[in-house]
Ligand binder design. Structure first.
Ligand SMILES: [Zn+2]
Length: 393
C-alpha cells in the first residue's frame, strides 16, 4: 500500500514535469511521421466490407486469413494461427512475432480483437486492428531489443474467449516472460464530436502485485500521448477487454480506450462513417511511439537507440563515498531503480522507481569496503553498473 502511494506521488510529479518539458525523440518522431491516414482508412474500409464477424460467420475466418496475408505482405514470417474450439466452431487467434535483438525471450504484446458483435465492428474493434497493422507495418524493419508479439484475438465479444485460451494454453504452459501487454480496443471516437482525449488504462484490480508497474507504464503512455499525438490523455482503470486474462495471471498491462464512448459498437451502425478517422490517426501515432519506446527500438541509420544520450548522463557519486551517496538522472522520462550490494553480494540498498533529479542515499552506517551497484530504468532496462568504495573520513 505504501509503495503504491509513493509511486503515485512520484508519477504525478514526473507527469507534471513531462507536460512542460519533454520534447520528441527524433528517431521515434521520424517513424511516427510515417503513420499513414490512408492505410488506416483502407484497412478500416476492408474490415467494414467483411461485415459482421461473429463465431458462426464465415467473415470471421476470412478476416483472420486477411490479417495473416497482411502480416505476410509486410515481411513477417513468424505468423501462427492459434486454433481452438468454441461452441462447436474452430476459431483462431492470429499471433505474429518479431524477435528482439537483446531480450528475445521477453515480449511486448500488442493486442486487439478482430471479432465483432451484431455489426461490422469498424470501431469495436476494427480501430484497434487497423492501428496494430499500422504499427506492424512501420516497425517491421526496425530492430527492437525486446520481442514484439502482435496478437489479434478472436471471440472477445463472447467473454474474452480467445485471450483466456491464449493465457491458459500458451502463456502459462510456456511460462512466457511478458514485459507488458498493450491492449487497443475501441479507439474510434464518435463522428461529429470533438474527439480530443484518449483514456490510458491501468490495472486497478486484484492481484495487486502487478499494479505498480502497470501504473508506471500507463503514466508513460499518457506522457507519450502529449508528445507524439495531438490528443490529451486521461487515466482510468482497465476492464472488459483482452488484457483481463493476462492481468489475472499477474502480467503487467496497459491499454487504450476512446474517451467519447460511442453508441454504435455492437450495432449494425458501427461503421467507418460513424467514427472519427482523425482520432484513429492520432491514436495510431501514439501507439507507434509507445511500441518503439516500450521495446527499445534501434535507429538503424545511426546505430543508436532513443535512450542512448540520456543513458550516459546518469551519475553515481562521489567515489569514494562516505556519509552519503548521490545518484543523478537528469532525463525526465524514466524513474530508475538502484540496487547496491556489498562485497558478499548482500543487498544494502534497493531504491525503486526513483524519479529523475538527484537522489540521496544515507551511507553513514555502511561498513567501509567495496560495493557494487546496478541502475535500471523504470522499464527494467540496465543503464549503468560498477563498483564504489566506502571510506570513513
Ligand atoms: Zn472490443
Amino acid at each position: 500500500m505504501m509503495k503504491l502511494l509513493l509511486l503515485s506521488i512520484l508519477s504525478s510529479i514526473c507527469l507534471t514535469k513531462l507536460a512542460r518539458s519533454q520534447s520528441p525523440d527524433p528517431f521515434i518522431q521520424s517513424v511516427v511521421d510515417l503513420v499513414s491516414y490512408d492505410s488506416l482508412q483502407s484497412d478500416l474500409q476492408e474490415l467494414e466490407n467483411f461485415g459482421r464477424k461473429e463465431i458462426f460467420d464465415t467473415a470471421l475466418a476470412y478476416t483472420g486469413e486477411w490479417l495473416i496475408q497482411s502480416y505476410q505482405n509486410m515481411g513477417y514470417n513468424d505468423i501462427q494461427t492459434d486454433y481452438f474450439e468454441f461452441s462447436g466452431q474452430q476459431i483462431f487467434n492470429v499471433v505474429v512475432t518479431k524477435p528482439g535483438t537483446e531480450f528475445p525471450d521477453q515480449y511486448l504484446i500488442i493486442d486487439g480483437h478482430y471479432d465483432t458483435q451484431n455489426g461490422p465492428g469498424v470501431n469495436d474493434n476494427g480501430s484497434g486492428v487497423a492501428i496494430i497493422l499500422e504499427i506492424a507495418r512501420l516497425v517491421q524493419n526496425i530492430p527492437t531489443r525486446y520481442s514484439l508479439r502482435f496478437i489479434n484475438f478472436t471471440a472477445e465479444e463472447y467473454g474474452l474467449v480467445g485471450s483466456y485460451h491464449y493465457v491458459q494454453e500458451v502463456v502459462i504452459p510456456q511460462d512466457m516472460n511478458i514485459r507488458l501487454v498493450f491492449n487497443i480496443d475501441e479507439v474510434g471516437g464518435v463522428a461529429g464530436l470533438p474527439n480530443d482525449t484518449i483514456i490510458c488504462e491501468r490495472d486497478e484490480s486484484s492481484p495487486t502485485a502487478n499494479n505498480a508497474e502497470s501504473w508506471a507504464f500507463t503514466d508513460t503512455l499518457a506522457a507519450l500521448t502529449g508528445i507524439y499525438s495531438g490528443l490529451e490523455s486521461t487515466i482510468s482503470y482497465a476492464y472488459g477487454s483482452d488484457y483481463v486474462p493476462f492481468q489475472n495471471n499477474g502480467e503487467i498491462i496497459t491499454g487504450l480506450y476512446e474517451f467519447n464512448n460511442s453508441p454504435y459498437p455492437h450495432t449494425i451502425h458501427d461503421s467507418l462513417a460513424n467514427l472519427d478517422m482523425n482520432y484513429v490517426y492520432e491514436i495510431a501515432k501514439l501507439s507507434v511511439a509507445a511500441t518503439l519506446y516500450f521495446s527499445y527500438a534501434f535507429d538503424t541509420t545511426t546505430g543508436t537507440t532513443q535512450k542512448s544520450e540520456t543513458d550516459k548522463t546518469v551519475e553515481i557519486y562521489p567515489n569514494p563515498f562516505s556519509d552519503f551517496l548521490f545518484v543523478r538522472a537528469p532525463f525526465e522520462f524514466s524513474g530508475f531503480s538502484l540496487v547496491l550490494c556489498d562485497e558478499t553480494g548482500n543487498i544494502i540498498n534497493y531504491s525503486q522507481n526513483v524519479t529523475s533529479g538527484e537522489y540521496k542515499i544515507p551511507a553513514k552506517s555502511f561498513a567501509p569496503g567495496f560495493y557494487s551497484y546496478k541502475i535500471t530504468d523504470r522499464l527494467g532496462y540496465p543503464i549503468k553498473q560498477g563498483k564504489l568504495v566506502k571510506i570513513r573520513y
